[in-house]
Design a protein. Structure first.
Length: 335
C-alpha cells in the first residue's frame, strides 16, 4: 500500500499501476485521507470559463468542436472586446466564482493587438481580486513574461493523454511542444493548470502513463483538470465509448494521491454526473469545479452546470466556495 504524507516527484510507472489496481473504495478512502492532510476538505474552488474567441482553430485535435477541419455546429466568433469579458467576470464573481478562465481557439499566441487585448482583460479581471487563468495555445517565454506582468495567475495547457496515445488524437503539434509551453510558464511565477481528457480511445495503460507524466513534473501542476470527453457530432471522436463514472473517480483519486497539493478539477463532463457521482469525486479529492451561466466547455457543445444547481449541491453536501488565492480574504501577504 502506497501512502504519502509528503510530495514526491519520483513516482514510478509501477507505483501508479499499483494505485490504479486497488479496490475502488479503498482507493477513495486513501485519497480522502491524503486530501485532508493537504486541504480543507469542504472547500471547493468555483471557476468560470469564458470562451473569448471561438472556433476556426487550425489544429486537428480529434475531440474538438472548435477545429476548422471538422463540420460541427459551433458558432465561430472573433475575439471579444475587453469590457464584455470584464462584465462576464464581474457577474461570475457575484455568483461565487473566484477564478475566471479565458480560452481562445488559437494554435499559439502571436504578438499582435489581439494578444495586447487579452493582456488588458487579464489586468482588469486580476484587478477585481479574481484569479485569472488563460488557455491560448502554445506560447514563448517572452509571452509568458508579458502575461505574468499583466497579473496572470494560472495558465492552462493540458497534455490530453499519454505520450504513447497522443499521435492518434492530434498530429498538428507534438507532446514535446506541450511540455515546452509548460516549461516556458515555469520560468515565471504563473501557476500551471495541466491535466487530461478521458475517453479519447485510450487504454488503461495510457491513463496510468498520463498520470505518471503529470506526477513527475517538477513542481507538480498547481491545478489538474480531469476532463471527460463530450462527444461532438462531426469530430473524429464522436463515437468513442462512454467512460464509466468509476473510471473518472479512479483517475481523480489517483491524481489526488500522486499530487497531494494540486487542485484536482472536475472539468468537461461534469454536466453528465449526478450529485452523488460528484459527491464521490469530492470524497476522492476533487476540490475545484467549472460552473457557469450557461457557458459551454471550450471543446464541447455541452453546457456546464449553472450556479444555482451548484449552490444547491454545495448546500446538500456541506461544501463552500473557496476564496481566491490572490484576494485579501485568502491571504494579504500572498504577493
Amino acid at each position: 500500500m502506497i501512502l504519502s504524507d509528503s510530495v514526491r516527484n519520483d513516482w514510478s510507472l509501477e507505483d501508479v499501476r499499483e494505485l490504479f489496481a486497488r479496490p475502488l473504495l479503498d482507493l477513495v478512502f486513501q485519497a480522502a485521507t491524503v486530501h485532508r492532510q493537504f486541504h480543507k476538505p469542504n472547500d471547493v474552488q468555483v471557476c468560470q470559463l469564458i470562451s473569448i474567441k471561438t472556433g476556426a482553430c487550425p489544429e486537428d485535435c480529434g475531440y474538438c468542436s472548435q477545429s476548422s477541419r471538422y463540420e460541427t455546429d459551433i458558432q465561430r466568433t472573433p475575439l471579444m472586446q475587453v469590457p464584455d469579458v470584464v462584465e462576464r467576470a464581474r457577474r461570475a464573481k457575484e455568483n461565487g466564482a473566484t477564478r475566471v478562465c479565458l480560452g481562445a481557439a488559437w494554435r499559439e499566441v502571436k504578438d499582435n493587438d489581439q494578444f495586447d487585448r487579452v493582456l488588458n482583460m487579464v489586468r482588469d479581471i486580476s484587478g477585481m481580486g479574481m484569479e485569472v487563468c488563460c488557455t491560448l495555445g502554445m506560447l514563448t517565454g517572452d509571452q509568458a513574461r508579458k502575461l505574468e506582468e499583466a497579473g496572470l495567475y494560472a495558465y492552462n495547457h493540458n497534455l490530453d493523454t499519454s505520450r504513447e496515445h497522443y499521435s492518434k488524437v492530434i498530429t498538428t503539434r507534438t507532446y514535446d511542444d506541450r511540455l515546452r509551453t509548460i516549461e516556458n510558464i515555469r520560468q515565471t511565477k504563473i501557476t500551471v493548470c495541466c491535466g487530461g481528457i478521458l475517453g479519447l480511445g485510450e487504454s488503461h495503460e495510457d491513463r496510468i502513463s498520463l498520470l505518471h507524466t503529470l506526477s513527475n513534473l517538477k513542481p507538480h501542476p498547481e491545478s489538474v483538470p480531469v476532463n471527460v470527453l463530450s462527444k461532438v457530432p462531426g469530430t473524429p471522436m464522436a463515437d468513442e465509448k462512454q467512460v464509466p463514472i468509476w473510471e473518472t473517480i479512479r483517475v481523480v483519486a489517483v491524481a489526488r494521491i500522486l499530487m497531494p497539493e494540486a487542485e484536482v478539477r472536475l472539468s468537461a463532463g461534469r454536466a453528465a454526473m449526478s450529485v452523488s457521482d460528484q459527491a464521490l469525486a469530492f470524497m476522492a479529492g476533487a476540490n475545484s469545479i467549472f460552473s457557469s451561466e450557461n457557458q459551454r466547455m471550450l471543446t464541447s457543445a455541452v453546457p456546464t452546470q449553472d450556479y444555482q444547481m451548484d449552490r444547491e449541491m454545495f448546500e446538500a453536501l456541506g461544501l463552500q466556495a473557496k476564496p481566491a488565492s490572490n484576494s485579501c480574504e485568502a491571504d494579504c501577504h500572498h504577493h
